[in-house]
Design a protein around this ligand. Structure first.
Ligand code: CS2
Ligand code: MN
Length: 364
């Protein structure tokens, strides 16, 4: 397992790389060119610029999160051809720069969705929160208006103002798109890009939908075990893989994340670890990583990764906002660092426990 940390570029992220360097065990920076709109090609120059900044601190730049997919591709419009061409060229440039894993998602219009970015928690911290009734009972335009008043939202990836300014047109366009059409459009996209990814040494890693159910009547398909299985078969190629995000999938109570790790382990190239707490009414809040703080058994999930001999990249997903830190919602330094120490602590313990067994069977 290779520990990583998501970072939003120099002069944009309030967290400097020199601070990330002081978190034990971090090997790589998860990065992206956030200012390049979805659908445009990432140039070699810009890629090399970030690589050089990160290399100064001895981190790898193996994982990109995310190369966003243009809405016309998800909608299956004729204009998708040029956007797919650009996507392929981005992959070629990333491959040339040594990138190994590209995370992306296939959620229509909205990326991750929450109703409150700074929900007060009993311990005095704040965290991202989802109030089911609020999303169920509001139209998306009103929802956006309300959310944009919360400081920080429109600086978050997936919530870019230029993308959301077209919200009404987008909803109109998605009227005809149900789950089946979205599956078709995803298959078309994968058939086009997976060979390019493979030729360039890249594993594509789709991020599950967050939350993993339909919101505002939009289709969402990367939501559960059966659909992930279907996804992997769409293009049965090792370059067609997963980002397994425990918090995203885990907000649906039916999803057993540890079981998914064991079942799909050989196609997971990026692991996001995060805990959440479910409430009876369907709301959920993000919590610290500690198993007893939330509803997900993070211990069992990390154990599953350890048991399968997981070799790829992992990161703490979101964190709470603690110790009065001023940071991007969910992406502070402090709580994510605590998350890393929790994951590494579990991992070291599992290493130790399994070591004698390995000796017994004569395995290194
Ligand atoms: C999510 C997403 O993992 C996360 O932080 O909240 O924003 C994720 O980065 C994208 O959906 C991946 O494309
Ligand atoms: Mn995630």
């Amino acid at each position: 397992m290779k520990m990583t940390f998501r970072w939003y570029e120099e002069n944009v992220d309030p967290i400097p790389l020199r601070h990330i360097r002081q978190i034990p065990g971090v090997e790589g920076i998860v990065w992206a060119l956030h200012d390049i709109p979805a659908g445009e090609c990432w140039t070699i120059d810009r890629i090399e610029e970030v690589k050089a900044q990160v290399a100064k601190y001895n981190f790898n730049t193996d994982v990109v999160e995310s190369v966003n997919v243009h809405e016309d591709i998800k909608l299956g419009l004729p204009s998708r051809k040029k956007y797919i061409e650009n996507y392929k060229n981005t992959l070629k440039n990333l491959g040339r720069a040594g990138v190994k894993v590209v995370c992306y998602n296939f959620m229509p219009v909205f990326d991750w969705t929450r109703t409150d970015l700074y929900k007060p928690q009993p311990d005095g911290s704040t965290a991202l929160f989802y109030e089911k009734a609020k999303v169920d009972n509001i139209n998306p335009v009103k929802f956006l208006e309300q959310m944009s008043k919360q400081e920080g939202l429109l600086t978050m990836p997936g919530w870019e103002p230029e993308r959301l300014s077209k919200i009404k047109e987008l909803f109109e366009a998605y009227k005809e798109i149900k789950d089946d059409e979205l599956w078709e459009n995803l298959k078309y996209f994968l058939r086009e890009i997976i060979p390019t990814a493979q030729e360039n040494g890249i594993k594509m890693a789709i991020h599950p939908d967050d939350p993993p159910w339909s919101i505002f009547g939009l289709p969402r398909i990367i939501t559960c075990r059966d659909n992930i299985k279907k996804f992997l078969r769409l293009v049965d190629n090792p370059s067609n893989g997963l980002t397994l995000c425990s918090g995203s999938l885990g907000s649906c109570r039916k999803n057993d994340i540890a079981a998914m790790v064991r079942e799909f382990g050989d196609r997971i190239y990026f692991a996001h670890i995060r805990n959440i707490r479910h409430f009876k009414n369907g709301d959920f809040t993000e919590t610290s990583h500690k198993t007893s703080d939330g509803s997900l058994d993070i211990t069992e999930i990390v154990k599953a990764y350890h048991d399968i001999g997981y070799k790829y990249y992992i990161r703490p997903d979101h964190g709470r906002h603690i110790w009065d830190e001023k940071c991007r919602p969910g992406y502070g330094l402090y709580d994510r660092s605590l998350g890393i120490m929790y994951i590494l602590g579990l991992w070291d313990a599992f290493e130790k426990i399994s070591a004698p067994k390995r000796g017994q069977y004569g395995v290194e």
